[in-house]
Write a protein that binds this ligand. Sequence first.
Ligand code: SAH
Ligand code: F3S
Length: 446
Amino acid sequence: MNKAVYIQTYGCQMNQYDSERIVQVLARHGYDPTERIDAADLILLNTCSVRDKAEQKVYSALGSWKEYKNNRDGVIIGVGGCVAQQEGANLLKRVPHLDLVFGTHNIHKLPQMVEQVQESRARPVEIAFYRDPGYMEDADGRTEVRGVKAFVTVMQGCNKVCSFCIVPHVRGRELSRPSFKILAEVESLVAKGIVEVMLLGQNVNSYGKLTHGELSFADLLARIDAIDGVRRIRFTTSHPQDLSPELIEAFATLDHLCEHLHLPVQSGADSVLARMRRGYTRDEYLSRIERLRERRPDVALSTDIIVGFPGESDLEFQQTLELLKQVQYDEIYSFSYSPRPQTVSAKLYDDDIPSEVKSHRLQTVQALQRQISLLKNRQRIDKLEEILVDGRSKLKNGQVMGRTRGNRIVNVLPVRITGATANSLIGETYSDRPYLNSQLLKGDMA
Ligand code: SAH
Ligand code: F3S
């Protein structure tokens, strides 16, 4: 009989994707995924260390998992992802009931590590980085595909030096998968019913740059766009410095590339951007957005903002607010700065913005963005949008949800089939609260 694996995932889309890979790799070794931690033979935590008290969160989750080991015989507990990469064997020292630790490049080693634990009660740690992108390659063997959307990794790691960011330290240097592997994977996903692919990488814009003769990211997009059956392409995430004219052009010319770009700006003040070592000024960023909007006027934009970076003055913070007003993003993800191990900003600067000031600034950007998002959403009323339905609405009112090409969530009424002819079915909407969404929007304004 197969064994059961339970995975808890923290963090970004790359981590969600890595968890999918973990499930696939283990499936070939007789493990079925389970939603019930108390029924699992193997319990895994896929961790994120990009912000905040990531390490404490991991230690406390692991602490609470001890009981599962006491409950059942032979339960194995493992930690993977960025905190595993960062902490390595320290995790084993601090958590006596932990069996194994695997880093961000070592998912393919997991079955072998589990065997080691079973056979010799060893406590393996695998956190080596590889210089060959081959370690990403078991994705081809996806056994099962659920739904209509899939992640596809195109590159991993990052060669940028943003002073606040731990990613290059825990995900390693930039490595691109060979394009023929990516194209083959997309083709096989389409054959299994996938219509939307989300291409993943820490900085997808630099795809292929380090591999002689490889396609550029814009060329890769064009090849994927031409695959029969691909209806939608998205990607994340992009560094503004590498938003090339070719990539901007792709938004104007590729039919299936969705008109949405996530372009993290982090701050609206040149002085802060310089301390962050982002490699662009506010004006350079804005002029790229301007060029993109010239070529694709309806493009939806989202961004990441950090508030309370060391030394951020009120004036500098105001410049971030001004930037949000100027760009009119559809959506932002905003974070309070937190110093991360090994990063340049943690070494060079005191974390000198008091936490009350950080949280006040965070609330201020979020409140401003709520107004902007509402305005932008209202501008869409009466527009025709194509949505790809992919789940139940979070409003739990019987509606289903989908996303527009511009990545906006739309909640839609399902229908009850009330009649049938030989050629078609007749449907009636059945939600008893059809105006719930517009009420929510009004509530937001109040
Ligand atoms: N590769 C991406 C994102 C990496 S991390 C990029 O190019 O931007 C995702 C987001 O987390 C970042 O964009 C940043 O806004 C935020 N972040 C990263 N390190 C942080 C830190 N030390 N404190 C607060 N937020 C941070
Ligand atoms: Fe991090 Fe900057 Fe790379 S935010 S992932 S170092 S582009």
